[in-house]
Design a protein around this ligand. Structure first.
Ligand SMILES: C[S@@+](CC[C@H](N)C(=O)[O-])C[C@H]1O[C@@H](n2cnc3c(N)ncnc32)[C@H](O)[C@@H]1O
Length: 276
């Protein structure tokens, strides 16, 4: 059973996209874990993970809170959540992790959670502060609020310049902006403040690619492949000579290796505070 995807969800719902999310999650896990632990996530806590997708953040939260805690993941994509349930079974944490199909703005529960967490989800909300405000009804006073979001580098992302890498990066930025999902890493402070929360602690890490075997090539290439079906609708097209296929990652790698370039990848932002 499928579920409706908002038109600004530029990544779509496909097997390719679900696989891309899991690859991305393996790469992002250390950053997210660092933000969540700094925020105070600890064993025994009850966690609400919003925009769970394939369940990776719920599984990370489950590892932190352990079997004496509880995790509820919500997402409007029922197919992704079926995969997430299967994955929690495989990981052995299904007895303390559950998933529920729901739009974030329509979610209701009588439960009170110790922590509200989410990764790469606020950018898709038309009014992220108002979404957070409505989710805070399910967070106990003093509960943790922590989000991990990203922001994109500007035009000078590589040095020495790699035309292919830079073109793919700029095109992706344009897809998110025109698609109605501009990255919000740099806006997390004001977003949480406008949700009625105390100004958060904010940390950022920039992933740097380059050399042989960097995961940055596949990350960008796979993201471009996910958004290709949306390009025409957004009045965008692939730059001449840029084919979005299975060779793209290796072509970016060849380019960066031959030039000896270092590549700025999306910056990872974590912001955490407490429900007042
Ligand atoms: C880029 S994925 C991130 C998934 C997961 N948090 C991770 O980092 O691996 C964003 C997810 O948020 C979900 N999502 C976005 N906006 C939503 C909304 N308003 N209500 C419910 N789910 C939403 C999408 O369906 C998608 O599964």
């Amino acid at each position: 059973m499928g579920s409706p995807t908002a038109s600004n969800y530029v990544l779509g719902q496909s097997i390719h996209e679900y696989e891309r999310l899991m690859l991305q999650a393996r790469m992002l896990r250390p950053y997210t874990e660092k933000f969540f632990r700094a925020a105070g996530l600890a064993p025994g806590m009850r966690v609400l993970d919003v925009g769970s997708g394939m369940g990776d953040v719920a599984i990370l939260s489950a590892d932190i809170v352990g079997p004496s805690g509880r995790v509820l993941g919500i997402d409007r994509d029922a197919d992704a959540l079926d995969n997430a349930r299967r994955r929690t079974d495989e990981q052995g944490c299904s007895s303390w992790v559950e998933f529920e199909t729901s739009n974030l703005d329509e979610f209701t529960t009588t439960d009170q959670f110790d922590a509200l967490v989410g990764r790469y989800v606020l950018l898709y909300q038309p009014d992220p502060s108002s979404t957070i405000r409505s989710l805070l009804r399910s967070v106990k006073p003093g509960g943790i609020v922590v989000f991990h979001e990203f922001d994109l580098p500007g035009p000078d992302a590589s040095y020495p310049p790699c035309p292919l890498y830079d073109q793919v990066g700029m095109l992706l930025g344009e897809v998110f902006r025109r698609g109605g999902a501009p990255p919000v890493g740099r806006q997390l402070g004001k977003t949480l403040l406008d949700a009625g929360l105390p100004f958060p602690t904010i940390a950022a890490e920039i992933i740097i690619g380059g050399g042989h075997g960097s995961y940055v090539y596949a990350w960008l290439a796979n993201t471009l492949i996910s958004v290709v079906p949306r390009l025409a609708q957004l009045r965008l097209s692939l730059p001449p000579g840029v084919a979005a296929d299975h060779t793209l990652a290796s072509r970016m790698e060849e380019e960066a290796v031959s030039l000896g370039s270092q590549l700025l990848a999306p910056a990872q932002f974590g912001a955490w505070t407490r429900n007042s």
